[in-house]
Ligand binder design. Structure first.
Ligand code: HBI
Ligand code: FE
Length: 279
């Protein structure tokens, strides 16, 4: 990945780009807003003391405590002032190259729809609760915001180098399911965890999944499961360290090396793994 330009300028907020749709905020029903409120209350009761401090700070400064599904225009205005990111609505999953293009331009895509009341605990496609509650608070953190942009730029290069799988694993094991060391404790930061009631507890409380110190090469070789709780978690030291480890690496030769090494199955251990056992 190349060095991301840190957020210095302030180009106009651009709520567009490929595959976006209008949010039509006024069209959400009372029942849809209630689903958001239920999920929000449940996670906010659980997360203090378990989630990275920057996440809770982001929830507060972005005004996510207001009841109801957030209005993305309003949310983007606040976020844009802090780190130059905006949030745009899409129908659902978008192709990889489109996803990377948005990230590289500091736009996070959020599914417009919200899960049904009978799907509070599990759904396959990312909805607005996962995308906004899970991902957006940390975009108010400068290092995390730079990491996400660098990821988008790295993704555009990975498309050309045929290395999407390796890069997608990095995203999965950090942005979606990462843990962080903070205040000499393990804390959550991955959006897939913090937007899930069961995984927010399991990832910290359950004795079975190993917590392994983040290592870029190791993570890029590790296949993942999308249909169950994670069999292990990777732990970063800080967002600054994650950013440094990735932007200081030339990914093209790394992909070449990784091609010659076997992929690791989700539960496979390596002798070089360093376990983190603080609780
Ligand atoms: N589209 N809406 C949406 N959200 C995602 O998280 C997403 C996507 N398309 C592709 C994608 N993620 C991943 O495959 C990339 O990180 C590799
Ligand atoms: Fe996600």
């Amino acid at each position: 990945m190349s060095i991301p330009k840190s957020w210095l300028g302030s180009p106009a907020l651009d709520p567009s780009g490929p595959w976006t749709i209008p949010q039509r905020w006024a069209d959400y029903t009372a029942s849809e807003h209630r689903v958001w409120d239920t999920l929000f209350a449940r996670q906010m009761e659980l997360l203090p003391g378990r989630v990275a401090g920057s996440f809770l700070a982001g929830v507060a400064t972005l005004g996510l405590e207001r009841p109801g599904i957030p209005d993305l225009e309003r949310l983007s205005e606040r976020l844009h002032r802090l780190t130059g990111w905006s949030v745009v609505a899409v129908q659902g999953l978008v192709p990889d190259d489109v996803f990377f293009d948005h990230l590289a331009n500091r736009r996070f895509v959020a599914g417009r729809f919200i899960r049904r009341p009978d799907q509070l605990d599990y759904l396959e496609e990312p909805d607005i609760f996962h995308d906004v509650f899970g991902h957006v608070p940390l975009l108010a953190n400068a290092a995390y915001a730079d990491y996400m942009q660098a990821y988008g730029q790295g993704g555009q290069r990975a498309v050309r180098l045929g290395a999407i799988d390796q890069l997608a694993r990095l995203y999965w094991h950090t942005v979606e399911f990462g843990l962080i060391r903070e205040a000499n404790q393990l804390r959550l930061f991955g959006a897939g965890i913090v937007s899930s009631y069961s995984e927010s507890r399991y990832a910290l409380d359950d004795p079975s999944p190993p917590r392994i110190a983040f290592d870029l090469r190791r993570v890029m070789r590790t296949r993942y499961r999308i249909d169950s709780l994670q069999p292990h978690y990777f732990v970063i030291d800080s967002f600054e360290d994650l950013l440094r480890q990735t932007v200081d690496t030339d990914f093209a030769p790394l992909y070449e090396q990784l091609r010659d090494l076997p992929e690791l199955e989700p539960t496979e251990a390596l002798s070089s793994d360093r376990y983190i056992d603080i609780s």
